[in-house]
Ligand binder design. Structure first.
Ligand SMILES: [Zn+2]
Length: 440
C-alpha cells in the first residue's frame, strides 16, 4: 500500500484494522493435514487439504484438488490448528534472579532500549517457535522497543509473532515504581518505562504520544497507586483511544480498581487480583476480556502456594461465570532451562488445575486471542481470505492440551517458519521492507 509522505490518517486507520499485508508470491502451497482442529466449534476434521496463495488461505476441505506445481507440505501425521495468542507479555523485558533479584526496576536501570529491543527480537522468535503467532505486548518495553519489534517483523527483517503493542504504560506519577523524590522529580527516572499522566490534559496527550510512536492498544495503570484513576479518567482514556481506533487495557490489582475499570467500560483487564465473583459477573455482563495472567506453581519463585490457589479458584470462577477469557502470561522473566515460549506454554498448567475443558482452553488461546487482539477478520482463523498462520502438533490438543508443548510446524504469513520441529526461518529475513516504507 502506497501512501503520501505525510501520514495519511484514513490509510493509517485502515492499516490498523487490516494489519500488515501478506507478502506477494504466486506459488501455491498445499498442506495435507491429518487432522484439522476448529477451536470455534471444538471439532476435528480428518484428512483436510489447505491451499495457500500469496500468503493467504484460499481453500480448505477434504479431497481438494492440488494445483499442478504447488509446493506440497505433508502434515498427515499431525494435527493442524490456528496459531496461539499470548494476550499479555512483555517481550522487551526479562528480569532475572542474578544480578537483579527479579526486581525489574533494576533491569530497567541496567539495560538500554537498544539492548532490550534486540532481546525482544529474540523473545519473539522464541514465542513463534512455540506456536504463538500473535502476542499482545503490554508495555514495560523501555523507549518503544515494542513498536520497533512490531515494525521490524512487519517489514520482514526478522521472523516473529504479529505484535499488538501498547507503547508506554500510562499511569499516575510513578507508574508501578516507588521512586525516591530525587530520582522521580530531578532525574525523571520513571520515563520511559512509564508515562506519567495525572490530569485530563496529560491523559489526552499521553494517549496521543503512544499513538504517534506506534502503539496499537493503550495500557493504563488503573490502581498501581492507592489513588489510581477514577471512572471518569478511565473513560477519558477510552474516548481518546477510540478516536484512533484503539482499545484500552487496564492493569488492575484491587477490587475497587476493577469496579472502576468495569464501570468505565474498559476493553480488557490484566491480572486477577481484583477479580472477585461479583466483578466476574459484571465483566460477563459487559463482555470485558479477562487477561488474568495466571502464573503456574511450576514456575517456582513467581507465585506462592496461597497465591496460586487463589489464581486457580479465580480462573475457575471466571469460567463458571462465562467471562470472556484470554490466555495471558505476563511471562517477563528468565526461567533457567526454558526459552520464552516454553515459559508461556507452561501456563496451561493453571488452566488444567482450574478444571477448564480442553476445548475452552484452546478457544481462549486462539479465537478469543484474535478477538481481544482485533485480528479475527484478518488473521487467526484458518479460513479463506485470511492471512495464512497455522501450527501443527502431534496428538490432539482437544484430547490432551499438553500436545501444545511440542509444536512441530509453524507457518506465518504463508511462509514456513518451523518444520519437523526445527526452525527454518530463512525466508523471513529480508534486506528491505516487504510491506512498504511507512513504519507506522
Ligand atoms: Zn504485565
Amino acid at each position: 500500500m502506497r501512501t503520501a509522505p505525510n501520514l495519511d490518517w484514513p490509510l493509517f486507520l485502515c492499516a490498523l484494522v487490516l494489519g500488515s499485508a501478506a507478502p506477494v508470491g504466486a506459488q501455491v502451497t498445499a498442506i495435507r493435514a491429518g487432522r484439522l482442529v476448529n477451536p470455534e466449534t471444538g471439532s476435528t476434521a480428518a484428512n483436510q487439504v489447505i491451499l495457500i496463495e500469496r500468503g493467504r488461505f484460499t481453500a480448505i476441505g477434504p479431497g481438494l484438488a492440488i494445483p499442478q506445481g504447488a509446493e506440497v507440505i505433508d502434515l498427515s501425521d499431525l494435527t493442524v490448528l490456528p496459531g496461539l495468542v499470548d494476550a499479555h507479555n512483555h517481550l522487551a523485558l526479562t528480569y532475572k534472579q542474578v544480578p537483579e533479584n527479579n526486581v525489574y526496576y533494576l533491569t530497567y536501570v541496567m539495560e538500554s532500549t537498544p539492548l532490550r529491543a534486540i532481546q525482544a527480537a529474540s523473545n519473539g522468535i522464541q514465542m513463534l517457535t512455540s506456536g504463538f503467532t500473535i502476542v499482545r505486548d503490554m508495555g514495560n518495553n523501555a523507549n518503544y522497543a515494542d513498536a520497533a519489534l512490531r515494525i521490524a517483523i512487519e517489514q520482514g527483517w526478522i521472523p516473529g509473532p504479529t505484535i499488538i503493542n501498547s507503547g508506554l504504560i500510562i499511569g499516575g506519577m510513578g507508574g508501578q515504581f516507588w521512586p525516591t523524590p530525587e530520582m522521580a522529580v530531578d532525574k525523571k527516572i520513571v520515563y520511559p518505562e512509564y508515562l506519567d499522566a495525572d490530569t485530563p490534559d496529560e491523559i489526552v496527550k499521553a494517549v496521543r504520544q503512544n499513538a504517534l510512536f506506534g502503539a496499537r492498544v493503550i495500557k493504563i495503570c488503573v490502581d498501581c497507586k492507592p489513588w489510581g484513576y477514577s471512572v471518569d479518567e478511565i473513560g477519558l482514556f477510552i474516548k481518546e483511544a477510540a478516536k484512533i481506533g484503539m482499545k484500552v487495557e487496564g492493569h488492575v490489582q484491587t477490587v475497587d480498581g476493577a469496579r472502576r475499570a468495569i464501570t468505565a467500560g474498559i476493553w480488557s483487564i490484566a491480572h486477577d487480583r481484583g477479580l472477585t465473583d461479583e466483578m466476574h459477573k459484571l465483566m460477563a455482563q459487559k463482555g470485558i476480556w479477562r487477561a488474568g495472567t495466571e502464573t503456574p506453581s511450576s514456575l517456582t519463585g513467581h507465585t506462592t502456594p496461597e497465591r496460586y490457589a487463589a489464581t486457580v479458584a479465580g480462573l475457575k470462577n471466571a469460567w463458571e461465570n462465562k467471562v470472556p477469557l484470554t490466555f495471558s502470561t505476563d511471562a517477563d522473566y528468565y526461567v533457567p532451562g526454558k526459552h520464552r515460549g516454553e515459559v508461556a506454554i507452561e501456563f496451561v498448567e493453571t488452566w488444567k488445575a482450574a478444571g477448564i475443558p480442553n476445548a475452552d482452553i484452546l478457544r481462549a488461546m486462539t479465537i478469543n486471542g484474535y478477538r481481544v487482539s482485533e485480528t479475527e477478520k484478518t488473521r487467526g482463523p484458518i479460513a479463506p481470505g485470511l492471512i495464512a498462520d497455522l501450527i501443527a502438533v502431534r496428538g490432539n490438543p482437544l484430547e490432551r492440551i499438553d500436545a501444545l508443548r511440542d509444536v512441530r510446524f509453524v507457518m506465518k504469513d504463508g511462509m514456513v517458519f518451523k518444520r519437523d520441529g526445527v526452525m527454518v526461518p530463512e525466508r523471513f529475513f529480508h534486506g528491505g521492507p516487504v510491506n512498504g516504507w511507512n513504519i507506522r
